[in-house]
Ligand binder design. Structure first.
Ligand SMILES: Cc1ncc(COP(=O)(O)O)c(C=O)c1O
Length: 436
């Protein structure tokens, strides 16, 4: 018997843990390109990409073909047990597209695991314990990654003590900066100076293994770091022999208008944590860093059963090849420009505090009449968009930001219609608020 939609949702509520926060209970049957098909026949435009994973859309034929063929050949053996070409080929390809001398890969299964690997790698390679993260950063749910996460304190409720020797420095967020109001560059300088003060007052550089930073805050509100800030981090980290590690889990694989956001800032980090689009829709994470650093990471002190499994590797490589061949990093810039153009009718509305963008990562931050973060408007906007068959999600420490994460190859017509649906939802929300 095929259960109807309501059955599945009701059954989900009985057997799946309520610990998982959910945006919707939509009952999805299949995905195709930029579209999701529900079991009740409804079709919805997906502007979430499964939270920045499906950068070339759902069930891309090249990825499906690669997965099918690989499943027929070998699904798992464990890279620690035997060597297989799919693992090596993907590592080689990642080395080709990663910035600078980042050419050696440790594969794991998720973003949190990639960050966890980064923490262990940095500690062992430098022989120092301290890790400095940046306010608003999100790095995952394991205890190490959660310790470094400061997008919401909610993620730490009931879990203390987390990882020791983790410190949080300011991240340049001009709209909400304690030092502001000021320009992005002034904000970058002020935050980098604050980091120096942390090294003076709180933790000596001799104890700090790494700075781990998202080049664009993802869960923290789609806030791009000004290039100047990342450049200052590079200079400070070099000066004190601290590793600079970029968490490009959300920003990677063309999303920001370059293969990696590091390129947008003209900075080569010492390592990058990767996941999400890395696996082309299957679970995969990675830490990529220069060979000379990986050689200091003692064999056998870290590992993974599933990390870099053959099916995830071919899905990821097929995805990367489409991104390269179809120049989707360049397309991301156009996608972002179109979104901002379509957002013009609401850009000056009193409830819209800021529209910010790097490549195709566009965030619309909602504010109260006093400029405070306003979750009620962002939540109403995504609910209104969904009524218009467009799936969107929020971000920001207060869920006050709506983020656009379309597939990088989305048809222009679909994209424009999707953004217009959101604009309509925002306008009608504002009208309703005015009536009440
Ligand atoms: C920047 C960043 N790092 C790490 C993670 C954690 O990734 P995962 O959920 O695959 O563990 C996320 C997830 O949203 C992320 O956005």
């Amino acid at each position: 018997m095929t259960p109807d939609s309501n059955d599945v949702v009701a059954r989900a509520k009985r057997v799946l843990s309520p610990v998982l926060g959910r945006y919707t209970w939509l009952d999805i049957e299949r995905g195709e390109g930029s579209w999701l098909h529900l079991r009740n026949g409804r079709r919805i435009l997906d502007l979430t990409c499964g939270i920045a994973v499906m950068n070339i859309g759902h069930s891309h034929p090249a990825v499906v073909r690669a997965v099918r063929e690989q499943a027929d050949q070998l699904m798992h053996i464990c890279a620690g047990v035997a060597t297989y070409a799919q693992n090596v080929e993907y590592a080689e390809a990642l080395g080709e597209v990663a910035p600078g001398d980042l050419d050696t890969v440790f594969f794991c299964n998720s973003g949190a695991e990639a960050v966890e690997a980064a923490i262990k790698f940095a500690r062992q390679v430098t022989g120092k314990p301290g890790i400095i993260g940046f306010r608003g950063g999100f790095h995952g749910r394991t205890t190490g990654a959660a310790a470094l996460t400061s997008s919401k304190s909610h993620y730490k409720v009931g879990y203390a003590p987390l990882l020791p020797e983790v410190y949080i420095a300011p991240f340049p967020y001009p709209l909400r900066c304690d030092h502001g109001p000021h320009s992005a560059d002034e904000c970058a300088e002020a935050c980098a100076d604050d980091l120096l003060r942390i090294l003076d007052h709180t933790v000596p550089p001799e104890n700090v293994a790494a700075f781990i930073v998202e080049p664009v805050l993802g869960e923290g509100g789609y806030v791009p770091a000004p290039p100047r800030f990342l450049q200052r981090l590079r200079a400070i980290s070099k000066r004190f022999d601290i590793l600079l590690i970029f968490d490009e889990v959300q920003t990677g694989f063309g999303r920001t208008g370059a293969m990696f956001a590091a390129e947008r800032a003209g900075v080569v980090p010492d390592a990058m944590a990767l996941a999400k689009s890395l696996g082309g829709g299957l679970p995969l994470g990675a830490l990529i860093a220069p060979r000379r650093l990986h050689e200091k990471w003692q064999t056998g002190t870290h590992g993974s059963t599933f990390g870099g499994n053959p099916v995830s590797c071919v899905a990821g490589l097929a995805t990367l090849n489409v991104i390269r061949k179809e120049r989707l990093a360049d397309r991301a810039e156009t996608v972002g420009e179109i979104i901002v153009e379509e957002l013009r009718p609401i850009a000056k509305m009193p409830g819209v505090g800021e529209i910010r963008r790097l490549g195709s990562m566009v965030g619309v931050e909602f504010v109260t009449d006093k400029g405070a973060p306003d979750k009620s408007q962002s939540k109403a906007a995504i609910a209104g968009a969904l009524e218009r068959d467009v799936l969107m999600i929020t971000c920001g420490s207060y869920d006050q930001v709506v983020r656009f994460i379309p597939p990088l190859n989305i048809a222009e017509d679909d994209l424009r219609k999707g953004v217009r649906a959101f604009v309509d939802a925002v306008k009608s929300g504002a009208q309703k608020a005015a009536v009440h």
